[in-house]
Design a binder for this molecule. Sequence first.
Ligand code: XMP
Length: 316
Amino acid sequence: NWKISDFAYEQVEKIREIVGNKKVIAGLSGGVDSTVAAVLTARAIGANLTGIFVNHGLMRKDEECEVPEVMKTLGINLRVVDASDTFFRKLHGVTDPERKRKIIGETFIEVFEGEASDIDADFLLQGTIYSDVIESAASSRTSDKIKSHHNVGGLPENMKLKLLEPLRELFKDEVRALGKTLGISSKFIDRQPFPGPGLGVRILGEVDAEKARILKEVDDIFLKTLEEYGEKGKIWQAFAVLLPVKSVGVKGDRRAYGYVVALRAVHSAEGMTASWYEIPHAVLREISSRITSRVPEVGRVTYDITDKPPATIEWE
Ligand code: XMP
C-alpha cells in the first residue's frame, strides 16, 4: 500500500539525483502546489533552490508578508521582490480583462527573469500536478499549436531551463497530504483557491493602488466575519469584487457617492461548476454593516446569487 511519506522519501532521492549540484529556481506566490513542490525540493537540495516571490500588489490583505514568512519558516531560500509599482504602472488605463491578465502574466515573468538572471540555474521548478498534465494534453488535442501548462501564464522560453515537476503524478488531495507530511500547516494548505492575477480581475475595469487598498479591506472584513461565524470552512471560495460604478447614498444630511462592492461565495467541484452559497441573512447583515462602517469609500454592498454556469466564479 502506497504511502505519501514513501513518496516524499523517493522524490527527495530522485530530485537529488536529477539536480546534483546544480541550481533550481522557482516562482513562488503562495499557491499550494508550488509551495509543496518547493518544500520537497528544499528538503532535497537545500539552498540550491532559490524561490522568488513577486509581490504584484494584488494579493489578499497582508499576504505579501504572511506568505514569505511561512515559506522561510519551511526552510525555503527565498527572494522577495516588491514590484507592485511596476504592475500598477503597466495596468494604468487598461480595462479589458484579458489584457489585464496578459499584462500581469508578462510583467510577472519580466520581474522573475530580472531577479533570476544572476542565479546560474539549470532547472525551473513547477508545481504541475496530474490534473494540469491532463488539461494541457486535452488543450493540445483541441488546438493547432501544442500548449504546455504554465502556472505563471507562460514560461520564459529564452531561459533554457529544464523543468523540474516533482508533483506530476499527484492528485490535489495527495498534494495536500504531502504538504502536511512535510510540515506545512493545515491553515496554509487548506486555503481557498486564489487566481494568479489576484485582485487584478476582482477590481473591474481599471486597476489602481487605491482601489486595491479598498478591496483588500473589504475582502478581509468579509472573510474574517465568515470565519468568526463558522461559515468560512463550509465555503469553497469566497471573495469581494469592486465594481467600476459609484452609487448614491446618504452621509449625515448629504448625498454621498460611494463604491459598490459585490460579495461572492460558492460551493464548487474544483471550479468547473459552482452554486452560490446561502450565507445566513444575519451574517450577511453583519458583514454589510462592518464593511460600510469601516471602509468609508464603499456606499453599497451586494451579494451575487448566480451559479456557474451561466456565470463564472470570478467576475472578469
Ligand atoms: P472561473 O471564474 O473561470 O474560475 O469560474 C474558476 C476558478 O479558477 C480561478 N481563476 C483563475 N486562476 N488565473 C488563475 O490562476 C486566472 O486567470 C483565473 N481566473 C479564474 C477562480 O478563482 C476559480 O477558483
